[in-house]
Design a protein around this ligand. Sequence first.
Ligand SMILES: *Cc1c(COP(=O)(O)O)cnc(C)c1O
Length: 249
Amino acid sequence: MSGQAPDPAATERRAELAERLARVEDRIAAACGRAGRSRDDLTLVVVTKTFPASDVCLLAELGVTQVGESRHPEAGRKVDEVRAAGHAGLCWHFVGAVQTNKAAAIARYSDLVHSVDRVRLVAALDRGAQRAGRLLDCLVQVDLGTAGDRGRIGPRAGASGADPDAVIAAVAQAASLRLRGVMAVAPLDHDPVDAFDRLAAVAATVRDAHLGADIVSAGMSEDLEHAVRAGATHLRVGRAVLGERPLLR
Ligand SMILES: *Cc1c(COP(=O)(O)O)cnc(C)c1O
């Protein structure tokens, strides 16, 4: 940190973020209490898409270590800016849809990609991670948009209907990727309780079959309580911490 006098706008924003973060922590604590779970078993990923790198720096100063981004190249630029500002120890989660031709770049700056939803993408991420000389942690995104005893693969907007098993197997076999678990976004038009219970069933199958694949990424600002109840290990919370986003393109 520099020795300059604090900028009043930054001081105000920091207070706002601190208060919102505390409210989210209260919600998580209450949900853990009701579910008989320990707060230590949950990781809060603060999703900062559309917000500036300066907000990520303030969050880091407030103790946030897990940051989520969903858009390339915005995410990569922010990783660089935040590192240049002196916050080197953050874990960067990529939670948004990944275009195949952007996979290599995303593999370079992300620590955990939540949204692996097709076999073709697995190959592209694997090549990118290998070229970057790293082992990249990945979650397979399960589409909960349709009822059934197994989820399908694919984000709300994007490829869907694929067999999750094929994507799971591809990640598990990729030399430069590590299968760490599953992720889902609750469908807008379905009951989140039912959706997250279906995700939990898929997660249990993956965990039993693959060592270290124990992450369940579920729950956003609106539905984090349901996700905690259903056994999520990672919550992806944006607006409840940062405020409303401008409309995305
Ligand atoms: C934006 C986003 C979030 C955070 O959503 P909020 O409603 O702002 O909490 C979580 N997951 C994904 C995949 C996102 O794109």
